[in-house]
Design a binder for this molecule. Sequence first.
Ligand SMILES: [Zn+2]
Length: 153
Amino acid sequence: MLCPFCRDDETKVIDSRSSQPYVIRRRRECLNCHRRFTTYEKIEESPLKVIKKDGTRVPFDREKIKSGLEKACYKRPVSDDQIEKIISDVEADVYSNFDREVPSRDIGEKIFNALRSVDQVAFVRFASVYREFKDVNDFVDELEPILRERLGR
Ligand SMILES: [Zn+2]
């Protein structure tokens, strides 16, 4: 591991911890310039597969969820930290509740629930992109509780 500041390759690990399943965060210190930096160690192959609507399986992809969330939160008052937290919560939930395979719908539901409490506009955007609504009534069913909250009933 090269120091990002001075490119020396002698570094020591001063702290390791696992904040998410399958990810280890290491705090390192360069033995040459003594500056500190953080590295993340991840399992390359996700052990979890997502079952899509058509029955095909794809690896669980954190980055895909992230880009979907970023689109939904575009120009909304949602910070990167909040997006990271939603993904980490969903990821932890999925890894602890499913063994090898998880239906894409379950992931969608978890994200909807997390996003709904963060930003309602982002939630509606995400819902309309992520989920293929069968007809307009499904969309209204989704919106109805939000509208009700907004009207304070
Ligand atoms: Zn250094």
